[in-house]
Design a protein around this ligand. Structure first.
Ligand code: NAP
Length: 331
């Protein structure tokens, strides 16, 4: 009987993430029952949210992964055996398959993906990054041509798509990033109007220079000092879309937010959102983003790690900023 490798979460993180939090186990490839199919996962997505899923917090938007369970993740794979009439052997599929080489499914929450699509493109654009960017920008942000948008985490998988969508729609787009290489990529490859390196630039002075007319829309991926400098420069009736706060995910103490007075003075709207609330809208979100992709307006880059076990340390790349694009584990 053949076996496969899976990785279980066995300890909650309290600092950096490494093999000590996980247990690598060998499992037996299961026999199928009627209605089930077996997926051989080929590409697995790593996401900053995983840190939250590993924490014991039961009051967040999604329950934590139980200790002893396979670590949660989304991925792309091929159906290798099926007793489900809706999924045939050879189909390319996407779903929450977890940190494991094979996943058994009854089809719930699993979507078929055109077999001609490159799995790296699927995970970098049509999966969580593109859906999040589309929901956040259009569902929460109400962008209008001619407005000025600032996006933090701008070279990341979500931020880079937000900026390109907004640019294609005629907004002025400024991205905040953590290196000169990323600043160069978003301006010279993706066509952003300007970039700020939050590690080396004076953020406020750069915003004054690049966003002379103030900021109408802020897409927040990071939190930290960037948030304060942007908040001080929001225009009347500005919108702040809070997608992520990665600077606080590993902090012992959450950072203080800006004073609320500006919300009144500038009549600001601040909206947080998480994608599990919008999963049912996936077809509409894909319908929205696909024409931009077809017109070549969405470029992406994937940062590939090799082998299932690379996931155990790979997550740290988000917090050091070493990931260049969508972080994917190739199995
Ligand atoms: N609301 C939702 O449903 C939803 C869905 C997906 C993602 N998100 C959130 O969206 C954000 C981006 O996710 P992603 O998958 O696209 O990740 P990503 O941007 O590809 O990677 C994370 C990036 O965050 C930056 N970063 C790390 N620590 C930072 C700090 N202290 N200050 C400023 N920047 C920092 C790093 O880039 P630099 O080199 O530029 O520092 C790093 O590369 C995350 O906060 C994530 O949790 C939310």
């Amino acid at each position: 009987m053949s076996t496969y490798t899976a990785i279980n979460l066995v300890k909650r993180p309290s600092g950096s993430i490494g093999p000590e939090l996980f247990e690598v186990v060998e499992k037996t490839v299961p026999q199928l029952e009627d209605g089930q199919f077996l997926v051989k996962q080929t590409h697995m997505s790593l996401d900053p949210a995983m840190l939250g899923w590993m924490s014991p917090d039961t009051k967040s938007y999604i329950p934590p992964v139980e200790l002893g369970d396979v670590m949660r993740s989304s991925g792309v794979g091929k159906v290798v055996e099926s007793r489900n009439p809706d999924f045939a052997e050879g189909d390319q599929v996407m779903g929450m398959f977890g940190w494991q080489e094979y996943a058994l499914s009854d089809g719930k929450g699993v979507n078929k993906v055109d077999s001609n699509l490159d799995p790296e493109m699927v995970l970098s654009v049509f999966a969580l990054p593109g859906l999040t960017a589309t929901q956040g920008l259009y569902g929460e942000g109400d962008p209008k041509p001619g407005e000025t948008l600032v996006v933090s985490g701008a070279a990341g998988s979500v931020g880079s798509i937000v900026g390109q969508l907004a640019k294609a729609d005629g907004l002025k787009v400024i991205g905040v990033v953590g290196s000169d290489e990323k600043a160069d990529w978003i301006v010279n490859e993706l066509g952003f109007d300007g970039a700020i390196n939050y590690k080396t630039d004076d953020i406020g002075a750069k915003l004054n220079e690049l966003a002379k007319d103030g900021i109408d829309l802020y897409f927040e991926n990071t939190g930290g000092p960037i948030q304060h400098r942007v908040f001080e420069r929001m225009n009347a009736h500005g919108r702040i879309v809070v997608c992520g706060m990665i600077s606080d995910y590993t902090a012992k103490q959450p950072s203080a937010g800006p004073n609320w007075m500006n919300i009144i003075r500038k009549r600001l709207t601040i909206k947080g959102f998480t994608m599990p609330d919008h999963r049912h809208k996936t077809p509409q979100l894909l319908e929205k983003i696909t024409p931009y992709v077809q017109k070549g307006q969405i470029k992406y880059r994937s940062h590939i790690l090799e082998g299932l076990e690379s996931a155990m340390t790979g997550l740290n790349l988000f917090f050091t900023g070493e990931n260049k694009g969508k972080l994917i584990v190739k199995l």
